[in-house]
Write a protein that binds this ligand. Sequence first.
Ligand SMILES: C[S@@+](CC[C@H](N)C(=O)[O-])C[C@H]1O[C@@H](n2cnc3c(N)ncnc32)[C@H](O)[C@@H]1O
Length: 328
Amino acid sequence: MKAISKSQPKLMIAGVPVVQQKSKGNGVRLISSSSTDATHTIPQPFLKWAGGKRALLPELRARTPRYTGKYIEPFLGAGALFFDQDVSKLKIVSDFNNDLIDVYLAIKFDLDDLLQELDSHVNTSEHYYEVRAWDRQDDWSSRTRVQKAARFIYLNKTNYNGLYRVNAAGHMNVPYGGQVRPNWIQKDLLIAVSAFLNYKDSEGSETTKLHSGSYKTATKLASPGDWVYLDPPYADTFTNYQSGGFTAQDQEELRDEILRLTTEVGVPVLLSNSDVPLIHRLYQDKKHKEFFKLEKIPVTRYIGSRVSSRGAATEVMITNYKFLGVEV
Ligand SMILES: C[S@@+](CC[C@H](N)C(=O)[O-])C[C@H]1O[C@@H](n2cnc3c(N)ncnc32)[C@H](O)[C@@H]1O
């Protein structure tokens, strides 16, 4: 990677310099100096997230088409592919999980306060359950965005396996993880993420637009020239990101929305999903086969922190590129 220009304005976040670098195939990246030593930090996921795509980045990069418009990712989660995008291009990202989007907003707008609030937590079972219970208490709605965001990050890093699970009433119900040294502060990473989220293009316009809500709110904004990446809760797997889940009917509606994007808008779409009969049927039946290419991708399954020995697993990646004549 080469630094873009020595004359670029110095961006300081929480007292730490952040510079832009140009990388060969991947546009402009941000890199921030560490607050404590000479190492550098790049923006990347700061949460553990079920279905996080960090390990699949090489496969996703290999399926990134040449596009000139916006990047749209409406099932954001921890945002592995989002943080891998050119910081200087327009990105529309969203998730159904309002509390998650509020965490991104707190990192974007209130980083100093958030870092201070994160510092107020401790790794004990007693403190964990006390903080977890906040959302069951009367004063929950008067808690600040910073308090809620710090709680979200703290619980995510100290709970069992980084799960996000709520009961029917929407209350967090994941048990304490009991890890020896969980790292919920990650100051340098949060600085790099904040810089990424705050980045403005040469005309002073923000390059990341964050929303909470259903994926359709974001896919409706797609227009020719854009690229849409869809990473929904996988069919036939854990779907309790939010009470309600993502049903077989939701998968079918999503397929229909991708079909609309393909035939009415003409935007390239990449979809990740599980390698199960429902997904094969939705995208490879007689009626839909001509629009979609389905590829099986080998993946490593993790059970807790151990690699599972239950044989090779596969997922699928589905594209409409061939139908649209789009090149990668
Ligand atoms: C598989 S995860 C995405 C993981 C992400 N690609 C990453 O790298 O971390 C699926 C996400 O979809 C969100 N979600 C579930 N139902 C949704 C819906 N109807 N509309 C938008 N987002 C939804 C969940 O909150 C979850 O964050």
